[in-house]
Write a protein that binds this ligand. Structure first.
Ligand code: SF4
Length: 355
């Protein structure tokens, strides 16, 4: 018997004496891994996994996507973004469609690509569309630092970075009802495991930080069920080979140098206090929003798209009437169908359109 079978059996026997238990994962990479490895199918019926707001592209507010489109339409701007952002629909357009129409929109693997381009093209205004959680923000901070050190003048940031703790507070303080949380291993590698200690302390909910291999996910789920069984919710670090209690102080210090907390708009969750990051006033000239005098942009999601309900764990992707019909990975109507880490895209890829 391999380790996955052993863990599955242990989970099954533990869950036997438990009431139905709902566990939410709040990490896009977990969402993808759970579908890819068929983790749900390895669990007994009374243990239900639901996806939460963990995919960076999915939670980026439509208004921020609209601001990126507005910048990309400016003739002297070159906009850099991660590949997944390209196909997020916004009205009748996307960054991808703007590029097809001649806008200078470029995909990069690292924000440093934007820095190199800015240095080589001093007559272009280069904008980095920064999205993502604590894992990716240090890269944007490093970009600003490189810009300051080199004296480059034509580089700025459209900042839509987010932080996880207050989003979880908003979720758990609202209508979402879950029994336990699988916490994101990547984020915890930066923040430290202790950043999630508030979950049992404030909400009496069990939490386990998990890695991304099937054994690691099952181990974290087993830890959560053990806490459910004992009635003693705690935080368990089930990913100790990567995550320590304090995280990565160098990365956190880099971020704190350039960014400060701000209220942020999340797709499907609305505005959440202190859940985003904005540039500190001393670095305002690196803010694309200020540099280009951008007005707030109203943006309406596609009619019928239920990304908000998916991101809150209220529905499964296939409960959206558009799933697999009008909305597919080839022609996504909502952000959750764009990224491979999106709940709708992962469901479609691994469980099909008709399930
Ligand atoms: S299936 Fe498409 S339209 Fe429906 S919630 Fe998911 S992304 Fe939105």
């Amino acid at each position: 018997m391999n380790s996955i079978e052993v863990l599955s059996r242990k989970i099954e026997s533990l869950a036997d004496g438990l009431p139905p238990t709902t566990i939410m994962e709040v990490c896009g990479t977990h969402t993808h891994a759970i579908r890819r490895y068929g983790v749900r199918q390895l669990l007994p019926k009374q243990v239900r996994l639901v996806s939460g707001p963990g995919c960076p592209v999915c939670v980026t507010a439509q208004e921020d996507v609209a601001r990126a489109l507005a910048l990309a339409r400016l003739p002297n701007v070159t906009l850099f973004c991660f590949g997944d952002m390209m196909r997020v629909p916004c009205g009748t357009a996307s960054l991808s469609s703007l590029r097809a129409d001649g806008a200078d929109v470029r995909i990069c693997v690292s924000p440093m690509d934007a820095f190199e381009f800015a240095r080589e093209h001093p007559l272009r205004e280069v904008v980095w569309f920064g999205v993502g959680f604590e894992t990716t923000t240090p890269h944007t901070a490093a970009l600003i630092e490189a810009g300051i050190r080199s004296g480059v003048k034509n580089l700025s940031i459209l900042c839509a970075h987010k932080t996880m703790p207050n989003a979880l507070r908003a979720l758990l303080g609202g209508e979402t009802r879950v029994d336990a949380l699988l916490c994101p291993g990547h984020v915890a590698a930066i923040t430290g495991a202790d950043a999630f200690a508030f979950l049992p302390e404030e909400y009496g909910i069990s939490a386990a930080i998990s890695g991304f291999e099937p054994e690691e996910l099952l181990l974290a789920i087993f830890a959560l069920l053990k806490m459910q069984a004992s009635g003693t919710p705690k935080l368990v670090n089930a990913y100790p080979r990567v995550v320590n209690p304090a995280g990565n102080p160098a990365a956190r210090s880099l971020v704190e140098t350039y960014f400060e907390p701000c209220d942020a708009l999340w797709r499907g969750l609305g505005e959440i206090s202190s859940s985003g990051l904005s540039l500190r006033p001393a670095f305002a000239k690196w803010d694309a929003g200020a540099r280009f005098s951008m007005e707030p942009v109203a943006a309406v999601p596609a009619s019928g798209c239920r990304c908000g309900d998916v991101l809150r764990g209220r529905i499964e992707p296939n409960e959206c009437a558009l799933f697999g019909q009008a909305c597919t990975p080839e022609q996504p109507l909502g952000a959750c169908m764009v990224s491979s880490e999106g709940a709708c895209a992962a469901y479609y890829q691994y469980e099909g359109a008709g399930i």
